[in-house]
Design a binder for this molecule. Sequence first.
Ligand code: G6P
Length: 369
Amino acid sequence: DQIEKGGYDHFMLKEIHEQPKAIIDTYRGRMLPDEGIIRMSGIDNHMNKFLNAERIIIVACGTSWHAGLVGEYLIEDKARIPVEVEYASEFRYRNPIITSKDVVIAISQSGETADTLAAIKLAKSKGAFVFGICNVVGSSIARETDAGAYTHAGPEIGVASTKAFTTQITVLTLIALKLASKKGEISKSELRTFLQKMQLIPKKVEDLLKIDEKVKEIAAVYKDAPNCLYLGRGFNFPVALEGALKLKEISYIHAEGYPAAEMKHGPIALIDENMPIFVIATNKGHYEKVVSNIQEIKSRAGKIIAIVTEGDTQVKDIADHVIEIPETEEALTPLLTTIPFQLLSYHIAVMLNKNVDQPRNLAKSVTVE
Ligand code: G6P
């Protein structure tokens, strides 16, 4: 067991640290940044299905569903194809409208989640083309889909998903860009620039992992909070959801993720001096809006832990704690902003003496409906 954990105390921590390599393994051979080329046989061989799709429906559960939401933002923003993201369990039971003009993308780390598998079978029976993004080679979902792309994260043992999430986002980013370039939505030189930035992500993740001590200090301050709120917008809204999920899964602290601007429609009522609020404020597009959300929290005495871009000064002045992430393309920030949240949940769970790798009541793969 100790050998398998590679010197780390838990599989989760090992898997968090494996992310730079896992991301490289996932894009290796699939992108040639300097040439501005993306090659993915599962997409290339079925390009017409994607180009003629009236919409893409992403189905998944849990963390994979959060990756799917990032995928929606990516594919709509870059490739301009309408995308819907569905919980597999809801999709399959609500008599959904599916036709042969739909492309369904199923995302699953294990490739064995019963609801996702059933959603695929339903979509296929209605004539949709089904594409899988799985981590486990030869899994049921990988076999059931018409085509697919594996994430190459390697085995994920910790129940709380970490490297599966970032590698799923890596694949979805490649898909979005491939479709965008094929549709002429981005130029060759834009693609080249984007891929060159993507190639820098693993090193940036590696640098970010060095903030472990700082995250540990923040964890020590907030480990006894009964509730936490996570806010983000745009590409980082799903990261807020995933941050909250990570915390509740392994530390059993109640946490909610919310789009930052929705705060005023409910969660703001919860804010007082006992409420830690984790805010992702890296967005360039809506930066001022997020800053004003942070000010609203401040004026209600909430504790603010902000994720900002390196060099930020505005948020730094208001927040109680700031964690800096390296500068990158906005669409790539989820691969970075998610890292501090993983570390934070990990440290809080360890400090609270919880079973990090096998939290109560949860299973790595849910093969029952
Ligand atoms: C379980 C796991 C989660 C995972 C979800 C979906 O709930 O505990 O970590 O995100 O299933 O699993 P999948 O293998 O389909 O990605």
